[in-house]
Each structure stands twice: as C-alpha cells, then as structure tokens.
Design a protein around this ligand. Structure first.
Ligand code: BG6
Length: 503
C-alpha cells in the first residue's frame, strides 16, 4: 500500500473571492475543498476568503452558513480548529453587477482587507454563479481595475457550462478576452479533477508498451461511456434547455476523448498538453446534417425503476415542458481525421436514469487472425479490451485470451485488473482540491483553453442543429433503469460492433 505523495509547494498569499458564495456549489464543493486543503496544510500562509453576496448579509451569517455546508458535505471528519481557522478568514462583501458602483465599493474593501491580511494583492475570483452572470461580473471586475496584474496576479475561475453552442462560447471567450489575458482564465471541467482522468496521460505516456500500438493499425475502435442512474431531479429548468449532449459531451466526454486521442506532448506542461488536446478536438470530422442524424441517437426516459429508486417520466419532471423534445440520452459516432486515428470510430454514450452508474473508456484492439485456430474446437476469440474505469470503480482492466487448462485446445477471455484502492490509500476528496490548488499556484494544465472549448462545440454543433430541426422525430423513448434506447445498439451493430457490457 502506497501513501500518495502530496504536493508540498504552498501557494502565494492571496484572497479567494467567491461570487455565488451563498449558493449550492460553494457550500457543497468549494468550501469543503478549501477545508481539505487547509487540513493538508496546502493553503497560503496569508490568505482570506471573500464571499460576495447580493443581498445584505453579515460576515457572521455567511460563516455560519458555510460551516453548516461544511458539516453537511465534508468528505472526512472535521477538525474544529482547522475549520474555525478557515472560516475566521471569511468576510462578506456586497456587490451586484447590475450596480456598477458596488464594484468600486468592493474594490476599496478588498484592498483594505488585503493590506490587513498582507496577501500582496494576489486575487483569485471564483465564479460559482449561473453562467449568465459570468460576463457581467468579469466586465465589472475589469472596469473597476480589479483584474489588472500590476505586480500581483489576478485570476478568474469560470465553471461549466461555458456557452450553450459554438456561437455563444465564442462570444463569451471574446468578452472575457477583451478584459483579461488567456493566462488569467481558469475554465473548470470537474472531470479533470478526477485522479483516474489525470492518470490517462500517465498510463499512455509513462509506459513504453502502449504508445506503439495506440493507433489505427492496432485499435479497432474506442467506446466512451458516462452512464448515470439519477434522473434530472430538481434541475428540470436547467436541464430542459440543456439536454444530455450539451450537459456532458463537449465538456466531460471530450476531456476523456482528448486525453485518449491526443498526440504525445513534447513536455508535461500546460502549453504543450493543452495544445495537443485542442489539436485533436479540432481534428474531429465535421458532419453534415444527414451524417449527424445517421451517426447519432437521442433518447428520453420514461417512468421506471433504477435500482431502488422509482423515476417518473422525464416530461413530468418539475419545470420540464410536457411536450419537451430534450434528450436525456445521447450516443454519437465520431471520427478523428488525422494520421493516428483515420478510420477508427469513437463511440460516445451518456444518459440519465439508466440501470447503472458507470464512467469508462474502453479501447478495443483489433482481433487476432483466427486462421490458426480454424481446425481446433475453438469457435471464437474473446474481444481484447483495455478498459480505463473512472467511476464508481477506479482502475484499469486488460482483457485477453488464454488457454483453458485441459488436453483439448480451448480458449477463453480473462481479465488482468488493477484497482487504485489495492495500491494507494487516498483521503476521500470533493474532486475540487487539485483544481483549486492549481489555480492558486498558477498551473493551468487541468483547465480548458479557449480554443479547445470552441473546438468541442464545433464538433457537437452539427448534432445540435440536426436534432433541433428534427424536433420530436428520432427521439427514442427508453425506460428508466434500462440500458438506454435500443437504437444505440443499432448504431454499433451496423458497423459489426457491440457496446461493451457494463456491470
Ligand atoms: C455535471 C452535469 O457537469 O456532471 C450533471 O451537469 C452530471 O448533469 C454530472 O450529473 C456528472 O458528474 P460525475 O462526476 O458524477 O460523473
């Protein structure tokens, strides 16, 4: 059993300014992650947290509310002294982008606080707000001079969703880049906070045996699956205007795809890694309307049972239109038009209210020639998969063929399994610790650059357009608790392939 090594560098002194400090994300993830960093002695020596609230709230009220959140969402037992020290440095300041003057007031208070706390003027602005607020807040921060790097660093953290299509993502990038430089923007995709996702790079590039076979000569196809058991729950309003494709594919599934498909970067640094990721996303072949319809499946769940949970019809969810054509399941076939991957399909699937929660990348290798076994009792060879399991199991499995012991030649598929928990003992985390820590030390390797966000939207735009035009035509119903619509199986069957069985 190995203890994971912890990054020891302490971040520079700074203020951590949270917009949306009264919201769910701050309580559920940001503060518990800051607590875990504090417990690991990974917060700056000189540090303050500023919670921005629109309606009048005192610092004491904000601390109480954050403490309640921390107790509810903690990932490990709370050490009262550590929690108290963290929350003592929380100050509530009022600011509303609709009232530009409030940002001038905020700047004055922030500067005073920074001089008391000796944070040196370094600031991290964390936008834990609905996306419509991203540009207005950034604009006011810029206007009030709070983003100018005059001897101190100034960074802006933006949560997903970054745009709702290619045009809006470009517009948002344009607006932010008018106010600040790309190096100041940290676009979060929480999938990059997952150890197993970060490990894809290490698996591919820290081991000599994979790279020579990681290409169209040896790989038949790749399957990327993010299946969820939960339905839409109370997020009907957000989800009905978003859908499975926008919610999951250009961000989370494309993070997995780009790590699996990118070329080896020359160096392990943000510039090199992010450039290769952007390149491979830009190489996803753009499909015309007919191709997009042929190479995609969308579904919507109907009432059913997933595990023990009864899930009602999607269309009967609170704040969902009764005739909604929003997809809760999406499957796509994509191809990457470069020398490594030409002709290798990437099949992606994701959905809500399915029978199993599973996130994995399965690399299917080409079949060995069968001829040698033709005159033996062997009638088939099992598939050779390398499976990168992200959740809930964290590990890597290699499936290969082996001889069944006995006098008669017989062959069966077996598995070699690696599970993280068998080797490493890691403290449970929120998944945000590394991301927040990296923002504070200025390492943006795990954050999305403007070009890769736009390349992601570019690749899904034909599907968004084709589905919008098709309306309810082609929207496949599936039962909650099932594997999704049958049409998703057809998508692979017509290529002579099948989805890997989950669970
Ligand atoms: C979020 C989506 O970004 O990711 C949710 O908005 C989804 O709809 C979630 O449930 C999935 O994240 P994870 O880490 O549970 O796979």
């Amino acid at each position: 059993m190995t203890e994971p090594s912890t990054k020891k560098q302490k971040p520079d002194p700074c203020s951590f300014v949270i917009f949306g400090a009264t919201g769910d994300l701050t309580h559920r993830l940001v503060i518990p992650a800051l607590y875990n960093l504090a417990a690991g002695d990974l917060l700056p020596e000189k540090f303050c947290v500023v919670g921005i609230a629109r309606k009048g709230m005192s610092s004491d009220e904000m601390r109480d509310s954050l403490m309640k959140g921390l107790k509810q969402y903690k990932t490990r037992p709370i050490d009262d002294a550590v929690a108290k020290r963290l929350l003592e440095c929380v100050t509530c300041i009022e600011a509303d982008p609709k009232d530009p003057g409030s940002f001038d007031g905020m700047r004055e208070r922030l500067e005073k606080l920074e001089s008391n706390r000796a944070t040196g003027g370094n600031r991290l602005f964390y936008l834990a707000t609905p996306p419509v607020a991203f540009a207005p807040i950034a604009k006011q921060l810029g206007r009030a001079g709070m983003l100018k790097e005059d001897g101190a660093w100034r960074r802006l953290v933006v949560e997903k969703p970054f745009g709702t299509d290619l045009a809006s993502a470009k517009m948002l990038n344009g607006e932010l880049l008018k106010i600040m430089d790309e190096h100041q923007i940290y676009r979060i995709d929480h999938y990059l906070g997952k150890e197993t996702v970060q490990n894809i790079l290490v698996l591919r590039f820290a081991n000599g045996m994979f790279e020579p076979i990681w290409n169209r000569d040896h790989i038949d196809h790749v399957q990327i699956t993010v299946d969820e058991k939960i339905g839409v729950g109370h997020r009907g309003n957000f989800y009905d205007s978003t859908g499975a494709l926008r919610d999951m594919v250009p961000n989370h599934l494309f993070q997995l795809l780009s790590l699996v498909a990118m070329e080896p970067p020359a160096k392990f640094n943000a510039q090199a890694v992010r450039s290769e990721k952007a390149e491979v996303l830009a190489a996803i072949q753009t499909q015309n309307e007919a191709e997009a319809l042929k190479n995609s499946v969308r579904g919507q769940y109907q009432a059913g049972k997933s595990g023990d949970a009864e899930i009602g019809d999607y269309r009967k969810t609170e704040e969902v239109k009764p005739d909604s054509t929003t997809e809760t399941y999406a499957a796509l076939k994509l191809t990457i038009d470069n020398w490594r991957w030409a002709g290798v399909p990437f099949y992606l699937r994701t959905g809500k209210a399915l029978g199993i929660k599973r996130t994995e990348v399965a690399i299917k290798f080409k079949q060995a020639p069968f001829a040698m076994f033709r005159d033996t009792p062997v009638d088939r060879l099992s598939q050779n998969y390398l499976v990168i399991a992200i959740e809930p199991t964290e590990g890597i499995t290699l499936q290969f063929n082996t001889k069944v012991p006995g006098p008669v030649i017989n062959i069966d598929g077996v598995e070699m399994k690696f599970r993280y928990k068998d080797y490493f003992q890691a403290e449970p985390t929120t998944g945000y610790e590394t991301l927040i820590y990296d923002c504070m030390i200025g390492d943006n390797i795990l954050f999305q650059r403007a070009d890769s966000v736009e390349a992601g939207w570019q690749a899904v735009q034909p599907f968004l357009d084709a589905w919008k035009k098709a309306g309810s035509k082609g929207l496949e119903p599936y039962k909650a608790g099932s594997e999704g619509p049958d049409a998703a199986n057809e998508l692979l069957k017509r290529d002579g392939r099948i989805w890997r069985k989950l669970g």
